[in-house]
Design a protein around this ligand. Structure first.
Ligand code: GLU
Length: 310
């Protein structure tokens, strides 16, 4: 499934944001990423996306790792923590700035909200580019009273990629996503830049993640091309809903591992997830070892996956 040469070993990864306890949607993503890599004899990496340090305390990262181990997951190398990689992100942001692709944005939350177009669905608003062409004097003047966010100038051109489940996806980042914040005004780096750098520097060749991130991919491909990185293969997976068809969220405490581990064994949880997404034909206890042997992307559903629980 990888876009790399067929002979190159696959390197997959799971990259959770530990702002709460992992829920079954996160675990399904980890499961499919793991099975896809391991069934090809590939490597599997774990990256903790704790860029937003106040929201992702170490206690939650530790819990996340414990939960993954409880289910039997293993990974190559020590997990990477994004909170420890600020200098690397800064270096690449400087490179983008040298290329004229970064500008400071002084807009307040209220200004952004007022300028946003209505009917956005679940997409982020496209930025109006109010700060895209400020003069050096104007920037210096505004810097005195407000520390800016840094935005990436995204291109007004179509970027396409072949998704492993959804086929060809095309998007014009300038029109559809808008200039993206790569460093927030409080100095914390943004997801779009960090994810591209980390996947590239870790040698990731295959990215399996939720369909909710599908629209970030063209911007990430733009960053890869600009920074001279290879583009990995992408497989976005359907969202998991509860048994009534509602999307899972971190607030659904009854579907996080604290609650589930009280009533189910790891083998039962794996079996339920594998059955829900189509990897196993029946809902029964299983192991990662067994699933790795039977795994085939052909069996994975493309429409939303209803959890076979409770
Ligand atoms: N940290 C992101 C999340 O938990 C995943 C990002 C990715 O897989 O690229 O939603």
């Amino acid at each position: 499934m990888s876009a790399q040469a067929a002979s190159a070993p696959v390197t997959g990864r799971f990259a959770p944001t530990p702002s709460g306890r992992l829920h079954l949607g996160n675990l399904l993503c980890c499961l499919l990423a793991y099975l896809s890599a391991r069934s090809e004899g590939g490597r599997f990496l774990l990256r903790i996306e704790d860029l937003d340090v106040p929201r992702c305390p170490r206690r939650l990262s530790d819990q996340c790792i414990e939960d993954l181990r409880f289910l039997g997951f293993d990974w190559d190398e020590a997990p990477l923590y994004q909170s420890e990689r600020t200098e690397i992100y800064q270096r690449y942001m400087n490179r983008l700035a040298e290329l004229g692709l970064v500008y400071p944005c002084f807009c307040t939350r209220a200004q952004l909200h007022a300028a946003a177009a209505p009917n956005l669905g679940d997409r982020e608003p496209v930025y109006s580019r109010a700060c895209a062409n400020l003069s050096a004097e104007e920037i210096a003047r505004r810097m005195k009273t407000r520390s800016p966010a840094m935005r990436l100038r995204v291109p007004d051109e179509t970027i396409s990629f072949e998704d492993g489940l959804y086929g060809e996806i095309s998007e014009n980042p300038a029109r559809d996503s808008g200039d993206t914040i790569i460093r927030r005004s409080d100095g914390l780096f943004g997801y779009q830049l960090a994810v591209v750098i980390d996947d590239a520097l870790s040698g990731v060749t295959e990215i399996v993640r939720g369909r909710d991130i599908l629209h970030s991919t063209p911007r990430q491909i733009f960053l890869q091309r600009t920074l001279g990185f290879d583009t990995p293969g992408y497989i976005h997976i359907p969202l998991l809903t509860d048994s009534q068809g509602r999307r899972l969220a971190k607030r659904d405490r009854d579907l996080d591992l604290t609650a589930l581990a009280r009533v189910m064994t790891p083998q039962q949880i794996l079996g339920m997830l594998a059955y829900s997404c189509g990897v196993l034909p029946e809902n029964r206890p299983t192991s990662l070892e067994e699933l790795t042997k039977v795994f085939d992307w052909k069996n994975v559903r493309r429409d939303d996956i209803r959890l076979a629980y409770p």
